[in-house]
Design a protein around this ligand. Structure first.
Ligand code: HEM
Length: 244
């Protein structure tokens, strides 16, 4: 059934809800694109500290053109703000799903919701920890001019950061991969069982890839050796054995 036919018999309230669900899906997809890019950039620390610094500088050329904040707001913050706020509405209003799907689908449905809750908490901590928005609250430990050392120092500043980031990456990889799979159904791209099975394999591969990239980045920053020099941080070497 086309979405036009599907909405024809709906009340105005139901139509707004349908539209909001579509926007929720679209903003989830937009943010998925950003997350893939973000984790890939972070994983370049595994190549070398200079590689990560190089990527950050390339991204921050947008800042010199006065475009970084508008681009961040339009493609990252507004989409995730809408997705999160409406996601909370869905979490608070949706029925428990015990009978609608087959057993595997049921588990994924529940995990999609629980992973959203984990991501919600993780995102708040991560933005405070690394992003300039956290500055008024004593956070914002990442400095793009000294990207690798400040990110590594921030990660190594508290023993709980590594487990928090590992949990956040795991929840994100699942939520994104399963979310892209359901979004392809939402938008009518994968309609039959065969195409959904194939996209299931592709999305599982995407999730596994993101998990490796994200966990690799966590390990890269945790094992990066940071030397303190009069309050300034300086690159010393990549610690190969993972110890300090
Ligand atoms: C890494 C951050 C996130 C990404 C990449 C992401 C992406 C997605 C995608 C692509 C979908 C599928 C949409 C569809 O089926 O059409 C989805 C679903 C969902 N997201 Fe997120 N999301 C993120 C964070 C969050 C947060 C913070 C919340 C709110 C607490 C949330 C709540 C939900 C819910 C409840 C669903 C299921 C909606 C449904 O049943 O149709 N998400 N997400």
């Amino acid at each position: 059934m086309s979405s036009q036919n599907a909405t024809a018999a709906l009340s105005p309230r139901e139509k707004y809800y349908f539209l909001a669900r579509r926007l929720h899906s679209l903003t989830g997809l937009m943010f998925s694109g950003f997350v893939c890019f973000h984790l890939l950039v972070n994983s370049t620390v595994l190549v070398s500290g200079e590689s990560f610094q190089y990527c950050v500088e390339k991204i921050h050329t947008l800042e010199h053109m006065g475009l970084l904040v508008p681009v961040e707001m339009a493609t990252i913050f507004f989409p995730i703000a809408f997705h999160t706020l409406f996601g909370i509405v869905i979490l608070l209003t949706s029925e428990p799903n015990m009978t609608d799907y087959a057993y595997g689908g049921n588990i994924r449905y529940t995990m999609q919701r629980w992973s959203a809750v984990v991501i919600l908490v993780f995102l708040a901590l991560h933005i405070w920890h690394m992003h300039w928005l956290g500055k008024p609250f004593g956070g914002a430990k990442f400095d793009p001019e000294n990207a690798t050392t400040t990110a590594a120092a921030a990660m190594q500043s508290w023993s709980l950061w590594a487990p928090i980031y590992v949990l956040g990456v795991m929840a994100t990889a699942f939520h994104l991969a399963n979310g892209v799979w359901t979004a392809l159904i939402t938008w009518g791209v994968t309609i039959g069982p065969r195409s959904q099975k194939v996209s299931g394999y592709v999305c599982a591969g995407l999730g596994a890839f993101l998990l490796v990239a994200g966990l690799g980045a966590v390990r890269g920053f945790m094992t990066y050796s940071v030397a303190r020099d009069g309050g300034e941080t300086a690159i010393v070497e990549h610690v190969e054995d993972g110890g300090h």
